[in-house]
Structures are given as C-alpha cells and as structure tokens.
Design a protein around this ligand. Structure first.
Ligand code: NAP
Ligand code: MG
Length: 399
C-alpha cells in the first residue's frame, strides 16, 4: 500500500510526560504506516524549553503563522515544584499563553461523543463547543483592600487629560477591583468565532450581562454586532446558520434545553467555568478536544487535558498505564484534516476521517481505556479495559 503524500508540513509541537509517550505511539501505530508525514518539528518539552530560554516556543508559534496549521502535545506549565524537579533556569511561562499571545487566538473546546456514553444531560445529542475569550477581564484585573474612605478610578489620556469615576464611598473596610479589555482583542475574538462557525457550519450564540454591565459588557455586544453586520451576515445567511446574541442567564437556560450542535462564545470567566461544566457533563476531560483559531485563520489543535502526571510516574516505574489517547488522536486528525483542506488533499482528509471513525467505533464496540469503562453503558456489550498501547492497536485493526 502506498502512503498518502503531503505537500505542506504541519507544525508539530511535542510535549511532556505521559502525553509525550502517547504522542510517539500515536504516530508510530496510527499515522506513519499510512501517511508520508511531513512536519516541522518543535520540541516544547520542558527540558528543551529551558535549554533554549523558551525561544523554541516562540519559534513554533511563528512557524504556525507561516504554515497555518499546528498540532500540539500537552506541556508542563512550570510551578515552583517543577523548577526543582527539572532544575530550571527560571519558572517559564505557560507555552499555551505564549502561543496564544502570538497567534492572537480564541480557544474552542469540543467534546467527542460516543454511543454508549450518555451525557449527564441526556437530551444533548450533538457537541456543544465553547469559545472562550482568552484575554483580560478578571484574569488581568488589579484589586486591593480598602478602609474607610473613597475609592476612585482615574484615567489619564496621552495629552494628560484626566477623568475620574467614583467607585464607592466606604464607611468601613472592603475590597475593590478594576479590570479591562481592549477593542482590538474583542474584535479578534469576534472574528475567530464567526470564522469558526462558518468553518463548522454551526450556529453561534454569544451572551454577556449587558443589562447590568451596560458599558463594559455592552462594548462586547456592540463590537460583535458591528463585525457581524459588516463582515459576516451575508456568509451566515448563505449557509443558513444563525448568529444570536442574548443574556448569559438566558443562554444557560437555552443550552440546558438544547440538543447541542451550537458554538457558545463566552467571555473569559464564563468560558473558564462553563468549559469545566461541559467537559464533566459530556463525560470526561480525556474526550475533549481544543483548537486555537486566530482571527486570520491559523489553526492549532490539541487535547484539552494536561500531561497526566500521575500516569507518567507509574509508566516510569515500568507499570502499564491505561491513559486515554483519544483527545490527542483527534488533535492530529483535526490538523491533518485542516492541512488537507487547505492543500486540496482529499486523500489526507479522508484518512483523518477514517481514523476518527475507527477510534469512535473501537470504543463503541467495547474496547477502551480505564477512564471510560465506568461511563460506558450499552446493551449486550461489556466494556473491556485496555492499556494505551493495546487500545491504539485495536484502533489500527479497524483502519
Ligand atoms: P491532567 O494532566 O489533565 O490530569 C488530571 C487528571 O485527570 C489525571 O490525573 C487523570 O486522573 C485524569 N486525566 C486527564 N487526562 C487523562 C487521560 N488522557 N486519560 C486518563 N485520565 C486522564 O491535569 P493536571 O494533573 O492538573 O496537570 C498535569 C500537568 O499538565 C501540569 O504540569 C500542567 O501544567 C499541565 N497542563 C497542561 C495543559 C496543556 O498543555 N494544554 C493543560 C492542563 C494542564 P486519574 O489520575 O484519576 O487517572
Ligand atoms: Mg476552569
């Protein structure tokens, strides 16, 4: 059998711990036998990041801007314990944060649905995709404690003109916080969401609390409305998909009653909270994919989970682990499919589809990793727990 050819490389970002092991196995067992894989390889493992003073992360993001498609393995975001464990020169920043800042992207998280794993909300039949605005608000806020006295917010423009707003006249101790966002970041967020909705041919819902936060949240609403009218309305109407703006409370109620199949654009905090709710409600973090989409249409695919440290320590002791590789497989198929689409490579797109189908069918027929066993309920099938490698080989049999 001749292997599928590729014309343009995918940017490959390797990572850490258990997911680094899975990465290698996925390539060996599920991709390299079928595809003449072309990648530009960047090792974002913590050792290499430390060695290159994190330059490798910046280089990989710039390569993604150049080629348009990347696939990323989970990576360690160092904390003090990791600095000691790896004897690091310094506590390097989160690679995802660095890459996101360079691509100026929005993160979309989508669950992988399996017949046999029922979401906690049984009416959800199709994926609900969360688009989280990954800049500003409470994540870049400043806050402090106050005593009796007046808190004011002041703004000085470039000409030295000063405006101030009274926040509160404190009669006693209390707390204050100030947060910000920028029109530019909100515009990028809006374009990423509209582009992703067109790409997936799915409706887009966006919600804030603009009845209470009239200027701050009102600005998000206004920017989305303007960009939709000026740049996307015709395209949405041509595809017959809707863009709806509503209040955050209303959208929560609608999501719960829906059957899924929606992209839900969230402000930063809403997206943080709601994506954990959705991942749990759909069954497992190990079945959640994630893609970073830039407003210019650059795509970086990854799994939503981390490096699964606990399993890695077991693996290093020589024990067999049953770590779920599905979200990482789907990161690869997402990237291969997008690369195929951009290059007009039908064979590559077809392969990615077959690999996704084989993965889902393997689980639906009862062969899966340990995390899914207790979630799986299907008439006539007793789920069987496989090690990661056995599971990957079971998928390969169906390819
Ligand atoms: P994690 O790696 O997602 O793992 C948390 C727990 O979730 C695991 O111990 C495991 O539970 C379960 N789990 C997650 N993925 C699984 C999979 N594929 N198969 C089976 N079980 C899975 O999160 P963490 O322990 O908080 O973080 C570990 C490291 O990952 C940290 O250094 C963090 O910086 C990094 N991280 C990276 C990313 C990224 O690169 N995108 C995201 C998050 C975290 P059991 O132990 O109960 O089996
Ligand atoms: Mg969260």
């Amino acid at each position: 059998m001749s292997k599928i050819k590729m014309t343009t490389p995918i940017v490959e970002m390797d990572g850490d711990e258990m997911t680094r092991i899975l990465w290698q196995w996925i390539k060996e067992i599920l991709i390299l036998p079928y595809v003449d894989l072309k990648t530009e390889y960047y090792d974002l493992g913590l050792v290499k990041r430390d060695e290159t003073d994190d330059k490798i992360t910046v280089d990989s993001a710039n390569a993604t801007l150049k080629y348009g498609v990347a696939v990323k393995c989970a990576t360690i975001t160092p904390n003090q314990q990791r600095v000691e464990e790896y004897n690091l020169k310094k506590m390097w920043k989160s690679p995802n944060g660095t890459i996101r800042a360079i691509l100026d992207g929005t993160v979309f998280r989508a669950p992988i649905l399996i017949d046999g794993i029922t979401p906690y909300i049984p009416t959800w039949k199709k994926p609900i995709v969360i688009a989280r605005h990954a800049y500003g608000d409470v994540y870049k806020a400043v806050d402090g404690e106050t005593a009796k006295g007046k808190a004011e917010l002041s703004f000085t423009d470039r000409n030295g003109e000063r405006k101030s707003i009274e926040v509160f006249d404190f009669k006693d101790n209390g707390v204050v916080m100030a947060m910000h966002n920028t029109d530019k970041s909100i515009e990028s967020f809006a374009r990423s969401c509209f582009n992703y909705a067109l790409d997936k041919k799915m409706p887009l819902w966006f919600a804030t609390k603009d009845t209470i936060s009239k200027i701050y949240d009102g600005n998000f609403k206004k920017i989305f409305a303007r960009i939709y009218e000026e740049e996307y309305k015709d395209k949405f109407e041509k595809l017959g998909i809707e863009y709806m703006y509503t209040l955050i409370d209303d959208v929560v109620a609608r999501i719960v009653r829906s059957e899924g199949g929606i992209i839900w654009a969230c402000k930063n905090y809403d997206g943080d909270v709601m994506s954990d709710m959705l991942a749990t409600a759909f069954g497992s973090l190990a079945m959640m994919t994630s893609v970073l989409v830039s407003p210019t249409g650059v795509f970086e695919y990854e799994a939503a989970h981390g490096t699964v440290t606990r399993h890695y320590y077991k693996y290093r002791k020589g024990e067999e682990t049953s770590t779920n590789p599905v979200a990482t497989i789907f990161a690869w198929t997402g990237a291969l499919k997008k690369r195929g689409e951009l290059d007009g490579n039908d064979e590559l797109m077809g392969f990615a589809d077959r690999l996704e189908k084989a993965t889902v069918e393997t689980i639906e027929n009862g062969e899966m990793t340990g995390d899914l066993v207790s979630l799986f309920k299907k008439e006539g099938i007793t789920p069987k727990k496989l090690s990661s490698e056995e599971f990957l080989k079971a998928i390969a049999k169906r390819l």
